[in-house]
Design a protein around this ligand. Sequence first.
Ligand code: SAM
Length: 304
Amino acid sequence: MDQSTGEAAESCHISVMPSEIVHWIQECDPRVIVDGTYGGGGHSRLLLDKLPAGEGHVIGLDRDPAVSLRVESESHDPRLDVFLGSYEQAPKALAAMELKSADAFVLDLGLSSDQLADRDRGFSFTTDGPLDLRFDPENGVPASQWLANHKEVDIANAIYQFGEERFSRRIARAIVLRGKERKPVRTVNDLVEICRRCVPRSKNHDIHPATRTFQALRIAVNDELEILTRTLADAPNWIAGGGRIAVISFHSLEDRIVKNAFRDDDRWNILTKKPLRPSDAEVAANPRSRSAKLRVAERVADTA
Ligand SMILES: C[S@@+](CC[C@H](N)C(=O)[O-])C[C@H]1O[C@@H](n2cnc3c(N)ncnc32)[C@H](O)[C@@H]1O
């Protein structure tokens, strides 16, 4: 939101692997596409452009109310409908459009540059602000509250499991100690300061000491991995035979879930044996894309 005008600002997000998404989705000649992580709408717009003129439909979903506000304030293609909600609700969104199935489903996981730039959200550990980390600030509890509600062992386990942070126990101890000293962790800087003290600098200083802890808390607060697992297990029930799913993930925990979900359900025909990576040119132009991995699968047609 632009505080001076009260208007929703334009998205500053640059879509990741845009030509790859268009290529793999367009190949199945879809009419109904679900973009489960609408964000700045970049992938949706590209896919709308590839639908036959005046035909087809793109249904966008995003958990972030700021996304819905932005979409409402923009003029957009009448073939696009954006719903506020988790991508897990895709079947409900389809039903609201009186549709039973989709031909394509796109997920571009993680957070957008718009969210990263919003200092009230707490996603960027280089800018101080409230430690919130929710995709949907109107539901659930902010990360500061999540820390206050959990025991040291649970905090340590979450930081270890979701952040793969070796110094999780030290960090959890320092967080809980601050609570006992009546100085609970409330802000981004509170947590960054703890991480700086507890995590030795990486060898080539290429990773900030707070990176893994912030990733872990974001995953925990938003229940990201559970939602992804449940959604991928359900997706073959509402993606039409011959339809496709394309998922861009940004860390190994997500990628493992996608890989296993495709491998373990024989209704998927895996189209990318190995995950696809952004080109060097894309990484140079958009460094945020550097850890992206894209996996694509096709829904096998049901035999009668
Ligand atoms: C990387 S951005 C997507 C960018 C988009 N593909 C584009 O090209 O502009 C990820 C978006 O997914 C949203 N998100 C995260 N988890 C979600 C969930 N479970 N359901 C719906 N949206 C989610 C975030 O709020 C964020 O806006």
